[in-house]
Design a protein around this ligand. Sequence first.
Ligand SMILES: [Zn+2]
Ligand SMILES: [Zn+2]
Length: 178
Amino acid sequence: MRVLVYVLDDLKCIRQDLLQEVIKELENYLKVKFFVEKFFGNIPKDCYNQRRMQYNAERLLSFVKYLNLNYDKVISLICEDIYVEGTNFVFGLAEINGKYCILSLRRLISINDELFKTRVFKEMLHELGHCFGLKHCANDCAMRFSNSLFEVDTKNKYLCEKCYNYIMLKLENLRNQT
Ligand SMILES: [Zn+2]
Ligand SMILES: [Zn+2]
Protein backbone atom coordinates (compact mmCIF):
# COMPACT_ATOMS: atom_id res chain seq x y z
CA MET A 1 0.00 0.00 0.00
CA ARG A 2 1.56 3.25 -1.16
CA VAL A 3 -0.17 6.50 -0.31
CA LEU A 4 0.73 9.65 -2.18
CA VAL A 5 0.35 13.09 -0.66
CA TYR A 6 0.01 15.17 -3.77
CA VAL A 7 0.72 18.84 -3.26
CA LEU A 8 -1.37 20.75 -5.78
CA ASP A 9 -0.26 24.32 -5.13
CA ASP A 10 2.69 25.94 -3.40
CA LEU A 11 1.01 25.13 -0.09
CA LYS A 12 2.11 28.36 1.49
CA CYS A 13 -0.39 27.99 4.32
CA ILE A 14 1.53 25.23 6.10
CA ARG A 15 5.18 24.96 7.08
CA GLN A 16 6.98 22.00 5.53
CA ASP A 17 8.13 20.67 8.90
CA LEU A 18 4.57 20.66 10.25
CA LEU A 19 3.30 18.77 7.23
CA GLN A 20 6.16 16.27 7.52
CA GLU A 21 5.29 15.64 11.18
CA VAL A 22 1.64 15.02 10.30
CA ILE A 23 2.61 12.60 7.55
CA LYS A 24 4.99 10.72 9.88
CA GLU A 25 2.24 10.40 12.43
CA LEU A 26 -0.23 9.13 9.81
CA GLU A 27 2.33 6.58 8.64
CA ASN A 28 2.77 5.26 12.15
CA TYR A 29 -0.94 5.23 12.85
CA LEU A 30 -2.05 3.50 9.65
CA LYS A 31 1.13 1.45 9.21
CA VAL A 32 1.40 2.30 5.52
CA LYS A 33 4.07 4.10 3.56
CA PHE A 34 3.46 7.70 2.53
CA PHE A 35 5.16 9.54 -0.30
CA VAL A 36 5.05 13.24 -1.14
CA GLU A 37 5.07 14.66 -4.64
CA LYS A 38 4.51 18.16 -5.86
CA PHE A 39 2.43 18.96 -8.92
CA PHE A 40 4.33 21.31 -11.19
CA GLY A 41 2.22 23.02 -13.76
CA ASN A 42 -0.97 24.92 -13.93
CA ILE A 43 -4.22 23.66 -12.53
CA PRO A 44 -6.76 23.76 -15.38
CA LYS A 45 -8.69 27.02 -15.39
CA ASP A 46 -12.05 25.28 -15.35
CA CYS A 47 -11.29 23.97 -11.84
CA TYR A 48 -11.52 27.51 -10.54
CA ASN A 49 -14.76 29.35 -10.07
CA GLN A 50 -14.02 33.02 -10.59
CA ARG A 51 -17.30 34.22 -9.16
CA ARG A 52 -17.01 32.16 -5.98
CA MET A 53 -13.23 32.58 -5.77
CA GLN A 54 -12.99 28.91 -4.86
CA TYR A 55 -11.86 25.72 -6.53
CA ASN A 56 -14.38 23.10 -7.55
CA ALA A 57 -13.40 20.01 -5.57
CA GLU A 58 -15.00 17.55 -8.00
CA ARG A 59 -13.16 19.03 -10.95
CA LEU A 60 -9.89 19.01 -9.05
CA LEU A 61 -10.40 15.34 -8.26
CA SER A 62 -11.14 14.57 -11.92
CA PHE A 63 -8.03 16.46 -12.93
CA VAL A 64 -5.77 14.52 -10.54
CA LYS A 65 -7.42 11.27 -11.65
CA TYR A 66 -6.56 12.08 -15.21
CA LEU A 67 -2.86 12.34 -14.27
CA ASN A 68 -3.03 8.61 -13.51
CA LEU A 69 -0.52 8.56 -10.65
CA ASN A 70 1.08 5.25 -9.83
CA TYR A 71 0.03 4.86 -6.19
CA ASP A 72 -2.71 2.97 -4.37
CA LYS A 73 -4.25 6.03 -2.71
CA VAL A 74 -3.75 9.67 -3.57
CA ILE A 75 -4.62 12.50 -1.20
CA SER A 76 -4.29 15.88 -2.84
CA LEU A 77 -3.61 18.91 -0.68
CA ILE A 78 -4.31 22.51 -1.55
CA CYS A 79 -4.34 25.76 0.42
CA GLU A 80 -7.08 27.26 -1.70
CA ASP A 81 -10.69 27.09 -0.57
CA ILE A 82 -12.76 24.36 -2.26
CA TYR A 83 -16.46 23.65 -2.70
CA VAL A 84 -18.91 21.25 -4.26
CA GLU A 85 -22.16 22.43 -5.87
CA GLY A 86 -24.77 23.13 -3.22
CA THR A 87 -22.31 23.94 -0.44
CA ASN A 88 -20.56 27.10 0.74
CA PHE A 89 -17.35 25.15 1.12
CA VAL A 90 -16.04 21.70 1.93
CA PHE A 91 -12.97 20.73 3.90
CA GLY A 92 -12.41 17.78 1.61
CA LEU A 93 -13.89 15.34 -0.84
CA ALA A 94 -13.22 11.64 -1.30
CA GLU A 95 -14.21 8.67 -3.37
CA ILE A 96 -15.61 6.10 -0.99
CA ASN A 97 -13.60 2.93 -1.49
CA GLY A 98 -11.71 4.68 -4.26
CA LYS A 99 -8.23 5.92 -4.88
CA TYR A 100 -8.58 9.69 -4.74
CA CYS A 101 -9.40 12.33 -2.19
CA ILE A 102 -8.64 15.99 -1.73
CA LEU A 103 -8.27 18.21 1.30
CA SER A 104 -8.12 21.97 1.56
CA LEU A 105 -6.06 23.30 4.44
CA ARG A 106 -7.45 26.80 4.11
CA ARG A 107 -10.11 26.58 6.79
CA LEU A 108 -7.98 24.48 9.14
CA ILE A 109 -5.29 27.12 9.60
CA SER A 110 -4.36 28.07 13.14
CA ILE A 111 -1.54 30.15 14.58
CA ASN A 112 -1.19 27.36 17.13
CA ASP A 113 1.07 24.78 15.46
CA GLU A 114 -0.18 21.87 17.55
CA LEU A 115 -3.82 22.67 16.84
CA PHE A 116 -3.13 23.10 13.12
CA LYS A 117 -1.30 19.78 12.97
CA THR A 118 -4.08 18.01 14.83
CA ARG A 119 -6.69 19.39 12.44
CA VAL A 120 -4.70 18.40 9.36
CA PHE A 121 -4.09 14.94 10.81
CA LYS A 122 -7.79 14.44 11.56
CA GLU A 123 -8.99 15.59 8.18
CA MET A 124 -6.35 13.72 6.19
CA LEU A 125 -7.27 10.62 8.18
CA HIS A 126 -10.96 11.32 7.53
CA GLU A 127 -10.60 11.65 3.75
CA LEU A 128 -8.25 8.67 3.49
CA GLY A 129 -10.69 6.74 5.68
CA HIS A 130 -13.31 7.26 2.95
CA CYS A 131 -10.85 5.97 0.34
CA PHE A 132 -10.36 2.87 2.49
CA GLY A 133 -14.12 2.33 2.39
CA LEU A 134 -15.25 3.97 5.62
CA LYS A 135 -18.47 5.97 5.72
CA HIS A 136 -19.32 8.59 8.31
CA CYS A 137 -19.39 7.23 11.81
CA ALA A 138 -21.59 8.27 14.73
CA ASN A 139 -19.02 7.29 17.36
CA ASP A 140 -16.45 9.65 18.81
CA CYS A 141 -14.26 9.10 15.80
CA ALA A 142 -12.31 10.98 13.15
CA MET A 143 -14.86 9.63 10.64
CA ARG A 144 -17.63 11.62 12.27
CA PHE A 145 -19.10 14.10 9.80
CA SER A 146 -17.76 17.61 10.36
CA ASN A 147 -19.04 20.63 8.58
CA SER A 148 -17.55 23.35 10.76
CA LEU A 149 -14.27 23.99 12.49
CA PHE A 150 -16.04 23.49 15.81
CA GLU A 151 -17.07 19.98 14.75
CA VAL A 152 -13.53 19.29 13.53
CA ASP A 153 -12.08 20.39 16.86
CA THR A 154 -14.53 18.47 19.02
CA LYS A 155 -14.32 15.10 17.29
CA ASN A 156 -11.72 12.50 18.16
CA LYS A 157 -8.32 12.82 16.52
CA TYR A 158 -8.23 9.08 15.89
CA LEU A 159 -10.63 6.46 14.58
CA CYS A 160 -12.96 4.56 16.86
CA GLU A 161 -12.08 0.91 17.38
CA LYS A 162 -14.60 -0.29 14.81
CA CYS A 163 -13.30 2.00 12.03
CA TYR A 164 -9.65 1.39 12.88
CA ASN A 165 -10.08 -2.37 12.86
CA TYR A 166 -11.92 -2.16 9.55
CA ILE A 167 -8.95 -0.42 7.91
CA MET A 168 -6.37 -2.68 9.53
CA LEU A 169 -8.22 -5.78 8.36
CA LYS A 170 -8.52 -4.37 4.87
CA LEU A 171 -4.78 -3.63 4.72
CA GLU A 172 -3.97 -7.08 6.03
CA ASN A 173 -6.13 -8.70 3.34
CA LEU A 174 -4.42 -6.64 0.68
CA ARG A 175 -1.00 -7.74 1.96
CA ASN A 176 -2.04 -11.38 1.85
CA GLN A 177 -3.23 -11.06 -1.73
CA THR A 178 0.18 -10.07 -3.01
ZN1 LIG B 1 -16.54 12.63 5.23
ZN1 LIG C 1 -15.72 5.24 13.71
